[in-house]
Every structure is written in structure tokens, then in C-alpha cells.
Design a protein. Structure first.
Length: 358
């Protein structure tokens, strides 16, 4: 039987919510009323066969690439799937980070890839170690998959490391898929996209996590024009056209990206300060600190997180993502950027639950 499910996504849709919901990964919703957009401009149908030109141009302009490098997709989820479905044949080898965002692994398994894992070690702040990538790379490798920022830890992979990984990929004729859905949550000196680092790179992203407009499902792939065209042809199998009203609103969102991003930034930064204080006080948990990103991956010093998280939900009305979804059962992930009062209270409740266990 082929792999046809995502346990994480099922859990996220059915079990993640709580009064104090720290099981998030993206920032809070940006309200429509704050988006300068004239509803009279909304239309149901449009000229959007292989993408809506103004949206492709807006995405291309964000990166300074040719619009022919842009493939629209329904969120980073579909972007990742489409990219892998185009690049992989059954049995092809994929080298993927561990811990990994579950649906990336699910998509590769669904496509019947032979998935090999390179480890991002907690003691190294979950950084990508090129030697570790080299350890699992073989002449059969077709794709290397990295999230940057890393989900769950928010670790940033610097350009020099990405270049080393690209060199390795080139040596075996592979590509490097970089999921950059969290990259713009580096608010100071935001690194440029991996798309600028070489032809091996294929980049996926969306307006969902950092910009608070997840409902628009505005995602995209960046690749060289020949590959981008193959992806568009692949997409013919999945979809006719995109939802046009969402394309129109996404163009409006692109015109005000800084406003969307800055609104969330204030909340993310306040939450990170609260998290810093929490980690100072609580010796029962530990996590590598980052100065960016919307998630943090915490290790529970004693035992598995599942039992702790059920108690946290039941007795403290607080949720976080179990580490088992990242194949690390002693950990859990928390999310910043939604509501600072809720986040602070959620942390207070985690602390109370940890203390009550000792
Ligand atoms: C690394 C990563 N990629 C993709 C996604 C899905 O993003 P989207 O909502 O844009 O489909 C997520 C969501 O949590 C994610 O963490």
C-alpha cells in the first residue's frame, strides 16, 4: 500500500486547538478590513490559465527573477507536492532532514521515493552539517530537501552551507528543494532566497506563515524556466485554474507586504522575549535559542512529551505540537506570533504543569 496520509496534518486539523493554543506555526490572521483593497475590484473568473500574470509578476518582483520562473500553487503544501511530483520517479532517492515537517516526508513517501535521512542535531542547534548530508548522499540521489528556517526549530541555514549542499547535489545530478515558508520571519537582514544561489535550487514559499493571510492559499515555486514549465504541466493533472478571487486579493497583499509583515513582527518579537524568560526559569525544558522564526522546539528533560501534553491540555487548557510528529517523542513545538497575552499565559501554564510534575 502506498503512503496516502499525513498524521500530522490530521492531528493539526482535528486536535491541535485549545484555549491557549501554542500548537501554531504561523502568525495570527491579518484582518481583511486592514488590507487596502477595493472589494469592487473582486471578480470571480479571470485570465489565469498557467497563473494570473499580475500575481506571477508580483512574486517574481519580490525575488528579482523572471516571471517564467514562478509557478503558482495552493500554499506551500501544494508547492512542495508539485515540486516533488515533477522531480521524482518511484524509487528515486530523496535525502531529507531529520527532524522534518511531516507532510514533506509524507509527500515523498506518497510518490514512492526512497527517503534517506540526514540528522540535524539538537546539540548543534539543529544546524545543517554538510558532512552529514554527504554521509547519506549517493549517486542515486535526485533531491535533497531542507526547510529554511527549519521547522520545527527555526534554525537558519546560512548561504555558505546551502552552497556546499548545492555542490554535492550537482556532483550527483540532484536538485535541492528549499522550503522557505518561514524565511521572512528573519526580520533583520532577511537572507536572500536560495533561488539566487545556483541552478540546483528549487524554492517553495507562500504568504501563509509570516504574513497572516493563509486563507488566500497564495503559494509558489521558483525554479529555472524549463523546470517551472514542467511543473505547470504537472499541475494540469491536479487543477485547471487557481481560485481567481484569491489571486486578486493576493496581488493586493503583495502591494502591502511590509504592512502585513510588520504587524506580525511586533507580536512575534514580544513572544520571543517571553519565551526567553520562560527558558531561563524552567530547567525542565531546553531549546536552542534563535533570534528569528515563529516556532521553537523544546526538549522535555524527563520522558516522552505525549503524556505531558495530554495533561497540559486536560488540566491547563493549553496545546503544543507533540514531537512524535517530528519523530522526536521527547520534544514538543510551540508557536509564536498569534496573540502575546495568550502566548504568555500558555507559557505560564506549561510552567505550572512542569512544576506540578516535580
Ligand atoms: C515547512 C512547512 N512547509 C509548508 C507548510 C504548509 O504551508 P501552507 O499553509 O502554505 O500550505 C508548513 C505548515 O506548517 C510548514 O511548516
Amino acid at each position: 500500500m502506498r503512503h496516502k496520509q499525513s498524521e500530522y496534518m490530521h492531528w493539526a486539523k482535528t486536535c491541535s486547538r485549545a484555549r491557549f493554543n501554542l500548537a501554531t506555526s504561523g502568525v495570527g490572521a491579518f484582518p481583511l478590513r486592514e488590507l487596502p483593497f477595493d472589494p469592487a475590484k473582486l471578480e470571480i473568473n479571470g485570465d489565469n490559465k498557467y497563473g494570473y500574470d499580475p500575481l506571477k509578476q508580483a512574486i517574481a518582483a519580490k525575488y528579482g527573477v523572471d516571471p517564467d520562473c514562478v509557478v503558482e500553487a495552493a500554499g506551500t503544501s501544494m508547492a512542495n507536492h508539485l515540486a516533488m511530483a515533477t522531480l521524482l520517479e518511484p524509487g528515486d532517492e530523496v535525502v531529507m532532514e531529520h527532524p522534518a515537517y511531516g507532510p514533506l516526508l509524507d509527500a515523498a513517501l506518497y510518490l514512492e521515493a526512497d527517503v534517506r535521512r540526514f540528522v540535524r542535531r539538537e546539540e548543534d542547534g539543529y544546524s545543517v552539517d554538510p558532512a552529514e548530508v554527504r554521509r547519506v548522499l549517493t549517486p542515486r540521489t535526485k533531491l535533497i530537501v531542507i526547510t529554511n528556517l527549519h521547522n520545527p526549530s527555526a534554525a537558519l541555514t546560512p548561504e555558505a552551507v546551502l552552497r556546499e549542499v548545492a555542490d554535492m547535489a550537482r556532483s550527483v545530478g540532484a536538485r535541492v528543494l528549499v522550503d522557505e515558508v518561514y524565511l521572512d520571519a528573519v526580520y533583520e537582514d532577511t537572507p536572500r532566497s536560495a533561488i539566487h544561489l545556483g541552478p540546483e535550487f528549487v524554492v517553495t514559499n507562500s504568504l501563509t506563515k509570516v504574513y497572516g493571510v493563509s486563507g488566500l492559499r497564495c503559494g509558489w515555486i521558483l525554479a529555472d524556466p524549463e523546470l517551472a514549465w514542467r511543473m505547470l504541466r504537472m499541475n494540469d493533472v491536479y487543477a485547471a485554474t487557481a481560485v481567481h478571487p484569491a489571486e486578486l486579493m493576493s496581488v493586493a497583499a503583495f502591494q502591502h507586504l511590509d504592512v502585513l509583515r510588520e504587524r506580525a513582527r511586533r507580536i512575534v518579537e514580544a513572544d520571543r522575549r517571553a519565551l526567553g524568560g520562560f527558558l531561563e526559569r524552567c530547567s525542565e525544558v531546553s531549546a536552542p535559542r534563535t533570534q528569528w522564526g515563529t516556532t521553537a522546539f523544546l526538549r522535555l528533560q524527563r520522558g516522552a512529551a505525549d503524556e505531558f501534553l495530554s495533561r497540559l491540555r486536560q488540566d491547563y487548557e493549553t496545546s503544543a505540537v507533540p514531537g512524535r510528529f517530528f519523530e522526536m517523542p521527547n520534544h514538543f513545538r510551540i508557536g509564536m506570533g498569534v496573540d502575546s497575552a495568550m502566548f504568555a499565559e500558555g507559557l505560564r501554564r506549561i510552567e505550572a504543569a512542569l512544576v506540578s510534575e516535580t
